[in-house]
Design a protein around this ligand. Structure first.
Ligand code: PLP
Length: 362
């Protein structure tokens, strides 16, 4: 298999894919594929409940939070969040850290009043603004931030602690590209959301973890499918859920537990990213624009000394079995996405290739 550095859909753990292949035609003696099962049948209901239970264990999700398995991607959450939490309220606070935060802000602005309370645009989105600089409104409906900017490679390595501030404003977080990469204190958040196709499982599943008191508050009440209450009241089975994606996500959750859970993953992820950043810092051929303390452990963008060499770099990597290293079309350069499923050998191989390329083209 190739080493796939895609930002998403991204590589999945090989052990998960092997198990899914083994179970493809006959899941646990049921005589059918999970894909073919009724979502109301006892086999699938068991898979669904187990996936939720394992996720709750991995993230230590408190009992007063609902886990919702939805569709529509993180992009639909850009709209569902204001529809459910902002309607009927004066305004919401957003932190602008790059491409994904901007998209969340754009959609929220169509649905209500938005205050951009902090931004790193002044330095080309190369850092995570300090909490002390967030001009928070104690009456905001919520505060939204993007824990990991997948394109810019900027990650918050701290949780904005709003507990000392007046207003008891819920914290809302787009964790699409770093969820499950490390332990996180869910109780600090009102709502967390993530598209599945990076660290959870296949595209088509969207995860929402939401504190119960935030559900069912919108005035006027949202349309049925856009209302968190609909999905919370029906265990994410109001309509047909993305059953196969949930099954694969469940296998990923079990794989994560076998690795030692999120504390173990954090250690491995820090080691993997460390190998890449250490080399980038030693090299005069490559560079990474992000402030050191805010560098993402999941997405590592870098540029070559001469952009004219980009194509040769990508072709050479491909020839050695390393794919999807091209940076996002909006920023250019390269990007290595090294989510949970990327083995450390993949990162070592990439660094060895980068060294060799720098010598031959330097
Ligand atoms: N937010 C972040 C941080 C992302 O990286 C992405 C996708 O890459 C999205 C939102 C959009 O997710 P989706 O494509 O699942 O709608």
């Amino acid at each position: 298999r190739l080493f796939n550095f895609s930002a998403g859909p991204a590589a999945l753990p090989e052990a998960v894919l092997r198990q899914a292949a083994e179970e493809m035609l006959d899941w646990h003696g049921s005589g059918q594929s999970v894909m073919e099962m009724s979502h109301r049948g006892k086999e699938y209901m068991g898979i669904h409940a187990q996936a939720e239970a394992d996720l709750r264990e991995l993230l230590a999700i408190p009992a007063n939070y609902k886990v919702l398995f939805l569709q529509g991607g993180a992009t639909l959450q850009f709209e569902m969040i204001p529809i459910n939490l902002l309607r009927g309220k004066a305004s919401a606070d957003y932190v602008n850290t790059g491409e994904w935060a901007k998209k969340a802000i754009k959609e929220a602005k169509r649905l209500g009043r938005v205050n951009v309370v902090a931004s790193s645009e002044d330095a080309n989105f190369s850092y995570a603004p300090a909490l002390a600089d967030w001009k928070l409104d104690p009456n905001a409906a919520y505060v939204h931030y993007t824990a990991n900017e997948t394109i810019g490679g900027v990650e918050f390595h701290w949780v904005p602690d709003l507990s000392g501030l007046p207003g008891n404003v819920p914290l809302v977080c787009d964790m699409s590209s770093n969820i499950l990469s490390q332990p996180v204190d869910i109780s600090k958040y009102g709502l967390i959301y993530a598209g599945a196709q990076k660290n959870i499982g296949p595209a088509g599943l969207t995860l929402v973890i939401v504190r119960e008191d935030l559900i069912g508050q919108a005035v006027p009440q949202p349309q049925t499918m856009l209302d968190y209450k609909t999905h919370a009241d029906n265990d994410s089975m109001y309509n047909t859920p993305p059953t196969y994606a949930i099954y694969i996500a469940g296998l990923v959750f079990q794989w994560l537990k076998r690795q030692g859970g999120l504390t173990a993953m954090q250690k491995i992820n820090a080691e993997k990213a460390g190998i890449l950043y250490d080399y980038l810092d030693r090299s005069s051929f490559y560079s990474n624009p992000v402030r050191i303390e805010d560098r993402s452990l999941m997405n590592v963008p870098f540029t070559l000394k001469d952009a004219a060499l980009d194509d040769a770099f990508i072709k050479g990597a491909q020839a050695q079995g390393m794919v999807q290293l091209k940076g996002h079309r909006s920023v250019g350069g390269m990007r290595a996405s090294i989510y949970n499923a990327m083995p450390i050998e993949g990162v070592k191989k990439l660094v060895a290739y980068m060294e060799e390329f720098a010598i031959t083209h330097g």
